[in-house]
Every structure is written in C-alpha cells, then in structure tokens.
Design a protein around this ligand. Structure first.
Ligand SMILES: Cc1cc2nc3c(=O)[nH]c(=O)nc-3n(C[C@H](O)[C@H](O)[C@H](O)COP(=O)(O)OP(=O)(O)OC[C@H]3O[C@@H](n4cnc5c(N)ncnc54)[C@H](O)[C@@H]3O)c2cc1C
Length: 430
C-alpha cells in the first residue's frame, strides 16, 4: 500500500509541478525528500532488507486464474474486458504470455488498420458498430491517471465497395441488411461515383456502396500500446515467453444417449522462457487461445484435432499462418485527400496513407497461388503483375507508377514508387 502511494506521488505529475523551483534563493529538492521518505519506509517493510539470490521478475507467476496465449489486440482486449467486467472484490488474476514483444510478425501491427461497417453477416456489423463506438470514446475506456491520452490517429473516411454487374444485387442486399442493423451506408450509381470521385475510371462498375459514418482507419500500434498500458494499470501481468505445452486432467462421463466421453481440462501451462531451454509451469483455471495466425498450433497443443476423425476432438481449428502483401507507394498527382478506402470488384484494395501523397494497397493471392508462409520477403513481382495493372486501370493517375518503380528509374523525379517503403504484410488468419 505504502509503495503504491509513493509511486503515484513521485510520478511525472509531481515532477512537473515542483521540481527545482527556486524560492528566495533556496532550491526545494523534492526528489531528495521523496527518496529519503522512500528509504525510511523500505527499511521498516518486512523482508525488504533481504536480497533474493536470483532476479525472478521476468518469470510468470506460479498461479493465474486465466492465462491468455498471445498479446496481440485480441489477447489484450480479452484481458481488458475480463478485468473491466469482474465484480467488485473478485480480483481475477490474468496473465498474458507473449513470445515476441517486438510484435514483428503479429497481424495487429502489420494490418491496414481499417474499420468498416460493411459486412455480409449481421453479427459482424454489430461487432463493428460496437468497435467504432469504443474507438470514438477510446479515452473513456483506456485512460490511465497521469498518462497522456491515447491518440489513435483516426482518419474518418468511408469504405467504397465497388460491384460489377454480377455482384450488384448481392451488394444491394447486403446494404439493406447493414442499414437494418443500424449502419449508415448508401448506394451509388456509376454516374454518382464519377461526380464525387472524378479521378476514378468507373469502367466495369455497376453499383457501389459507401460508408457515411463509423468507417476509416487508424494506427493499430497505438491501439495495442493503449490497451497494454491500461491492462497493466488494472493489474494484468505480462510474461515474455512461448507457450509450448498444456498439462491436462481427464474425467470420464456418460452422455444422456449412453455414449462415454472423456473430458479433458487444462490445469497447467508451460511457458518456455526466451533465450533459455527452461520452462516455467503456471497453474491455471482457464486458457484463452489468442495466438492469432498460430491459433491452430495452440489448439493442436491442447489436443484439438487429434481425436478420431469425424468427432469434435478430431476436428482441427482451421487457422494457419499465410503470407499477405501490402504495398506503399508515392504519387504526387494522385487523388490526395479525396481518396477513401476503395475495394475494387477484383479484390484489389487501396487507400490514402497519411497526408503526403502516399498510398497503400494490395490484394490477396488465390488459393492456388498461396505463397510459402515462411519466406516473408517483399514480392515485387506480385505488385507488378497482380496489383499495379488494376490500380492503373481504376485510377489513371497511378499509371505512371510502373515504369519508374520497377526498373528503378526516376526520370525527372516526378513519380517514385518507394521500393524501400514497400512492406510485406505478414501472416494472416483464415
Ligand atoms: C495484411 C493484413 C491486413 C489487415 N487489415 C485489417 C484491417 O484493415 N482491419 C481489421 O479489422 N483487421 C485487419 N486485419 C486483421 C487483423 O490484423 C487481425 O484480425 C488481428 O490483428 C488479430 O489480432 P490477434 O491478437 O488475434 O493476432 P496477432 O496480432 O497476430 O497476435 C497474436 C500474438 O500471439 C503470439 N503468439 C503466437 N503463438 C504464441 C505462443 N505459443 N506463445 C506465446 N505467444 C504466442 C504472437 O507472437 C502474436 O504477437 C489485417 C490482417 C492482415 C494480415
């Protein structure tokens, strides 16, 4: 108790108000005073004088009610809601285990950071309506005393989904459903499109839908950091390590139809510490699988998919890592601020990135051409063959990108597709 009071009072708030203030020639050194008081309190706390043989602060606790595997946006969001919805005095102990604190391959930080309301299932529209409200009021949810507010760098902008003659009626039906669920979406004819977005070639477009509210994009890293800071302030523990094993207990049960089933329950999680062959066991009641693209592997560790074929236990979790591409390019004569997030009829998507004439986009490979997910190098040929031709057709200003970028010529320096800025985007979930 004493400790937390002291930490609060010696935080940045006090430093800003009092430190180094000159009054009538004498300097009030608050730092020194605070550290003296801290020393005195420490000296009377039981056990404070004892120095432990090893520093164990990096190890996970021996027990935790809930262990969350994966510290991406989903894992942290589960941690946040568990703590927020817990009843007073419950004090659920929550541990997040994340193997890579740089998040170098996590979908969260490599994503395009967009939020839309235009989905084909009502459940997704509901989730997204809630999410946009959460983002809008982010500091009511994630504010932490004495810390700066979370800035998501939110860019409000509608998604523009284009449909060909073939896809027009599906698009129309979806928009009807989205409106019924409360999303603000409108339909646009090719003529209306041409008037609103004169930089666009509307060839092959029969109908479009455009989000009028609750859509745009933001910085996913800021959201992740905001969530992390908040859940830490709520008492969630973090551990850097990899979950490698679950220890289970079994119970036999007979169902009402007389079938005997074996129920397994995880009671211990093994966490392999980074740069070490050792693992630490954590006893727990509940495990949450929030391992993103690697969730299938975690499910397999728990025995899911390993039972007899045709049974629930024999059904694998259909999630696996896949490589996806996102490219960034620069085009001073592009549409600029006028460009929303456009999803074309053929799956190619693009949007503005920042305010400096940069753009971002890509498309997914087909099932047949799924690339090797272990090689995450940028695939320049994919951009040249599969992305650029569609970009250039839909937005004529993007035509100039190809010759200058892929041959690395920059005549007159007019257009430069910054190859250095091309970034691979990552492993994705199904
Ligand atoms: C290219 C791309 C663009 C996207 N664009 C959008 C978009 O515009 N809008 C949108 O809403 N969504 C988008 N998504 C999807 C979105 O990024 C993901 O749905 C979301 O980030 C998933 O979060 P997550 O926490 O489940 O996974 P992740 O962020 O991948 O986190 C999982 C974490 O689990 C950790 N982990 C895995 N195994 C273990 C283990 N055994 N032990 C410990 N830790 C482990 C990993 O290190 C990782 O950090 C996009 C995805 C991709 C790939």
């Amino acid at each position: 108790m004493f400790r937390s009071v002291l930490q609060l009072r010696s935080g940045p708030g006090l430093l800003i108000r009092g430190l180094g203030t000159h009054r009538g020639g004498s300097t009030l050194d608050w730092d020194e005073k605070v550290s003296e008081i801290k020393k005195k309190i420490r000296s009377i706390l039981p056990g404070e004088a004892c120095t432990p043989l090893y520093d164990t602060s990096h190890l996970p606790p021996e027990h935790s009610d809930v262990v969350i595997v994966g510290g991406g946006v989903l894992g942290l969001s589960v941690a946040f809601w568990l703590k927020k919805l817990q009843k007073k005095g419950d004090g659920i102990r929550v541990l997040v285990v994340e193997r890579d604190h740089t998040y170098s391959k996590a979908s969260t930080v490599l994503s395009v950071g967009g939020i839309r309301q235009q989905f084909s299932l009502p459940e997704n529209v509901h989730l997204s309506l809630f999410s946009v409200d959460f983002l809008r009021n982010i500091n009511e949810y994630l504010a932490v005393v004495d810390s700066p507010p979370v800035d998501l760098q939110f860019n409000p902008s509608g998604y523009l989904l284009l449909a060909s003659e073939k896809g027009a009626s599906t698009l129309e039906n979806r928009v009807k459903m989205q409106r019924q669920e409360g999303a603000k979406v409108c339909l646009m004819s090719p003529e209306q499109l041409q008037n609103k977005f004169p930089w666009m070639n509307t060839k092959g477009v029969a109908l479009a839908s455009y989000g009028m509210e609750g859509e745009g994009w933001f910085d996913p890293w800021s959201l992740l950091q905001g969530l992390r800071r908040k859940v830490q302030s709520m008492g969630v523990l973090f551990c850097q390590g990899e979950v490698t094993r679950f220890i289970t207990s079994s119970n036999r049960m007979v169902t009402s139809s007389g079938e005997e089933v074996v129920l397994k329950r995880i009671y211990e999680v093994h966490v392999k510490m980074n740069n070490s062959l050792e693992y630490q066991p954590v006893e727990c009641a509940i495990v949450i699988n929030a391992a993103g693209a690697w969730s299938g592997q975690i499910a397999e560790l728990a025995g899911i998919g390993k039972g007899p074929p045709g049974t629930l236990q024999g059904t694998k979790l259909p999630v696996e890592p896949r490589k996806r591409y996102v490219y960034v390019w620069h085009c001073p004569q592009g549409p600029g601020l006028e460009m929303p997030f456009v999803a074309d009829t053929n799956g190619v998507y693009f949007r503005r990135e920042g305010l400096g004439n940069n753009y971002l986009g890509g498309c997914s490979p087909t099932e047949e051409e799924e690339p090797d997910s272990t090689n995450l190098d940028v695939d320049h040929n994919f951009f040249q063959d599969r992305v650029w031709p569609h970009l250039a057709e839909r937005v004529p200003a993007f035509q100039s990108l190809k010759p200058f970028s892929l041959r690395r010529e920059v005549p007159g320096g007019q257009y430069l597709l910054s190859l250095e800025a091309l970034r691979w985007a990552t492993l994705a979930q199904l």
